[in-house]
Design a protein around this ligand. Structure first.
Ligand SMILES: [Zn+2]
Length: 379
């Protein structure tokens, strides 16, 4: 059974549309996936996620393992039963969180020992254990434990991180095959390998080639959008994509500005996730086709237009900028909810626009049109 099908590639660039079939349903690409770190997309109900058009969510092995714990996940029949929705979920392996959140971590050949950021308790992740954790979480798409090097990293540090990541990926794949061997093909989860290599294009190429040999169901690009320059990010991404098979999905981990989505989709990235739309919403920043802005600014006090007059989300169908500006300034929690719904809808809609552009064979023109309006900055 083929899990990913490329529907169309734009003639002018690498942008493409596709269809990823998971055990929990079909995920059309390009796609933006809202982030449900703690088994919730912050301030957004399942009903609203569906209305926003969410086709896949991103959740996190590290967080769910620590809290509520895997017993709870198993009790509820996995994350979909726990959250009570049928949207497919992709779980990050926890590699990034172990390296960014936990205290006193120690990486060995075998795995990583770390202290919980919640209570300081000691834990030990290995590539095999993470596969078992993802089985308990019951997500549709699993990822292999990886080593995330800091940015900037020396070439030697990046190469060493990559060496361990690849060894771990081999072990993860082997264990994945054992864990899933009795599952029917349509019931089995998908496994994505994480391509590392920091900003070094030769390491990205090497990582892509080595990961391709392992034949995972898809490729996640890790360790980018972590503080490197935009040209460095795009070069590293391109070096990876050029050396990956074209018949598998490519997922850029943690990228969420609309302009970055367009730029990376142009190179052939299919899937995106980021906390940015909900985090920015809680800080009062919203996106519109005419640029991003802060709702608290005095000019919106008497503005009876919706956040984005072209948006069809629940927030824009029902509320004015003036009202939301008031809610935000009064620290009313509804402000976070409404702006989160809008920002998520906006990025999902950008992915829909990309699909339409590829279908029409006009990706580059559509990207140019997006940029001309978005950076003109007039709302
Ligand atoms: Zn809206």
């Amino acid at each position: 059974m083929k899990h990913f099908e490329v529907i169309k590639t734009d003639p002018s660039c690498g942008a493409r549309t596709g269809r990823l079939t998971t055990r929990q349903g079909v995920v059309n690409t390009q796609i933006f996936m809202p982030v449900a770190t703690q088994a919730t997309v912050k301030a957004v109900t399942q009903r609203d996620l569906k209305e926003c058009g969410a086709e896949c969510l991103l959740s996190n092995t590290y967080h769910l393992y620590l809290r509520p714990g895997l017993k709870v996940m198993e009790h509820f029949g996995g994350i979909n039963g726990f959250m009570n929705h049928d949207i497919p979920v992709l779980t990050d392996s926890g590699g990034f969180q172990v390296f960014s959140l936990s205290k006193l971590r120690k990486i060995t050949e075998d795995g990583v020992i770390f202290q919980s950021h919640i209570d300081g308790s000691t834990h030990y992740f290995t590539p095999e254990k993470v596969i078992d954790f993802e089985k308990s979480i019951g997500s549709a798409i699993w990822t292999c434990l990886d080593v995330c090097v800091k940015n900037p990293a020396t070439r030697a540090e990046a190469a060493e991180g990559l060496r361990k990541t690849m060894n771990w990926a081999k072990r993860a794949k082997k264990h994945f095959l054992e864990v899933t061997k009795d599952m029917e093909e349509e019931k089995r989860p998908l496994l994505f390998g994480i391509v590392q290599g920091s900003v070094y294009t030769d390491l990205r190429k090497q990582a892509a080639e080595a990961m391709a040999e392992l034949e995972p169901d898809g490729f996640a690009i890790g360790g980018l959008s972590v503080g490197e320059t935009k040209p460095q990010m795009l070069e590293a991404l391109q070096a990876a994509i050029e050396n990956l098979p074209k018949d598998k999905p490519v997922y850029f981990m943690g990228l969420g500005t609309p302009e970055d989505l367009w730029d990376c989709a142009e190179l052939g990235t299919d899937m995106f996730d980021c906390v940015l739309p909900t985090r920015n919403a809680r800080n009062g920043q919203v996106m519109s086709e005419d640029g991003k802005y802060y709702i608290k600014n005095a000019c919106y006090r008497l503005d009876d237009r919706p956040i984005d007059p072209e948006c069809s989300c629940y927030c824009c169908r029902n509320y004015s900028r003036g009202y939301i500006s008031h809610l935000y300034k009064a620290h009313e929690i509804l402000a976070s909810e409404l702006m989160s719904i809008h920002n998520i809808h906006f990025l999902i809609n950008q992915a829909h626009k990309m699909r339409e552009a590829v279908a029409a064979g006009k990706f580059r023109e559509a990207k140019k049109a997006f940029r001309e309006r978005y950076f003109q900055d007039r709302h």
